[in-house]
Design a protein around this ligand. Structure first.
Ligand SMILES: Cc1cc2nc3c(=O)[nH]c(=O)nc-3n(C[C@H](O)[C@H](O)[C@H](O)COP(=O)(O)OP(=O)(O)OC[C@H]3O[C@@H](n4cnc5c(N)ncnc54)[C@H](O)[C@@H]3O)c2cc1C
Length: 114
């Protein structure tokens, strides 16, 4: 990307500049990947159109917790000035220790608190 917010396109052999305010991106799928991508485009000032085939009630049908891994948290720290990241921290619990065990319960790997 150039200093004035223009992106170099790489689909043609001739490198050309794309004016970000003039492009629109279509994202297919409103799962966490699609929503995160859409948020990143919006943060970059790019217009987004998002399509999701499921109905909202279908998407919200299962209650449960989710784990957000550290690599994903690093991405959320960059998005929306860190607001999503802060919200995860405020509303979520932090798992400090976990591990993998064999069938007999013998620890194979333990992740110690950091
Ligand atoms: C039971 C279960 C528990 C899980 N728990 C965790 C967890 O705790 N932590 C974790 O990190 N991961 C967890 N995962 C994995 C996690 O859910 C996936 O890695 C993640 O949802 C993938 O996100 P995604 O956006 O790539 O795909 P998806 O979440 O699958 O989203 C893709 C979306 O695209 C839509 N779509 C597909 N085709 C079209 C189309 N043609 N037009 C329009 N829309 C379309 C689908 O309806 C869907 O909503 C879990 C998975 C399962 C099944």
């Amino acid at each position: 990307m150039t200093k004035d917010g223009k992106l170099f396109g790489s689909f043609t052999s001739n490198i050309r500049e794309i004016n970000l305010s003039k492009i629109k991106v279509v994202v297919i799928g409103g799962g966490i990947g699609g929503l995160t991508l859409a948020r990143a485009y919006l943060d970059a000032g790019i217009e987004v159109e998002l399509y999701e085939k499921r109905q909202l009630n279908e998407m919200l049908s299962g209650a449960g917790g989710i784990f957000i891994q550290r690599n994903a948290m690093r991405v959320y720290k960059l998005l929306w000035s860190g607001k999503i990241y802060e919200r995860f921290y405020k509303q979520g619990g932090k798992i400090c220790q976990g591990g993998f065990f064999n069938k007999k319960g013998k620890p194979l790997y333990i992740n110690y608190p950091f």
